[in-house]
Design a protein around this ligand. Structure first.
Ligand SMILES: [Fe+2]
Ligand SMILES: [Fe+2]
Length: 276
């Protein structure tokens, strides 16, 4: 499997621009697909530089209804005329973030795009085929990022704390091994892995994703105690982790101290070859 990081918060070289967002290109035996689309059309720019033809992409997964993961949807729909886009059925609900000075920023997806008819609305568990499987409805409440408190959703005409029911995660299976991809892990990476263990009866061999240990609204990192506990949990799973996006560099360095060679940072422009 080949993975190319088209967009994440940092860049590995001057050749690639970066932005607060996530977009991964993944080539498996059966698919050429994208996991998330970043915050803008930057993913398409970087795709060209990495030799990825967006018009050839056959499927897209959007991890959740935030614009740093689905901000590139309009550009994608203009460039690609065939891929179905898998979102959770709650992904187009209205989502907001607290910003300094008591302001609320609209961070939801562009609802007008639903008319395109290109979306597949997933529920709690969707097996796409023998390689790809989506799951949401994470029940666990362990080691949840405190940064979630600044994220809101509209419910019954009121703004309430986001429950992240719109967040879905992807399992890729290849050659008897599994890769778990989480966009932001708002539900807590520990709870997401616990849920995957319930489905697959073992932890993932690999994990890729943001762990939401950086709170953009408050420009703060999570408490070191929480980060340490997450690091110890991840180390215990034996999974190899590539983290990026909302993990933040400082929390990554703390995780690295605990997990050593079992964790690496995945920056824009990186290429990986894992599993088969
Ligand atoms: Fe994010
Ligand atoms: Fe998010």
């Amino acid at each position: 499997m080949i993975i190319k990081a088209l967009v994440e918060n940092t860049s590995g070289s001057e050749e690639f621009k970066s932005e607060h967002g996530l977009c991964l290109y993944i080539e498996t035996l059966n698919h050429k697909f994208l996991f998330d689309l970043g915050a803008s059309s930057l993913f398409a720019e970087n795709a060209k530089k990495l030799g990825v033809d967006i018009s050839e992409v056959d499927l897209v997964v959007i991890s959740h209804g935030h614009d740093d993961h689905g901000g590139g949807l309009k550009t994608f729909l203009n460039v690609n005329s065939k891929a179905k886009i898998y979102v959770n059925r709650q992904a187009f609900a209205k989502h907001y973030a607290n910003r300094p000075g008591g302001k609320k920023a609209n961070i939801g997806l562009d609802e007008s795009l639903v008319q395109s008819g290109r979306f597949i609305f997933a529920g709690e568990h969707l097996i796409i085929d023998e390689e790809l499987e989506l799951f949401s409805n994470i029940k666990g409440k362990k080691l949840i990022p405190s940064g979630n408190q600044d994220l809101l959703m509209e419910s019954g005409g009121l703004l309430v704390q986001d429950d992240f029911s719109h967040e879905q995660n992807l399992i890729i299976s290849e050659g008897g091994k599994t890769l778990l991809i989480a966009g932001c892990a708002h539900n807590g990476i520990v709870n997401i892995i616990d849920h995957m263990i319930e489905i697959k009866h073992s932890p993932p061999h690999y994990v890729i994703g943001g762990f939401h240990l950086y709170n953009r609204s408050a420009d703060k990192y999570e408490d070191p105690v929480l980060i340490n506990l997450i690091g110890l949990y991840l180390k215990d799973t034996g999974s190899f982790c590539y983290t990026c996006h909302c993990t933040g560099i400082e929390p990554y360095q703390r995780l690295k101290e605990i997990m050593k060679e079992k964790i690496k940072y995945l920056s824009t422009g990186s290429r990986l070859k894992i599993l088969s």
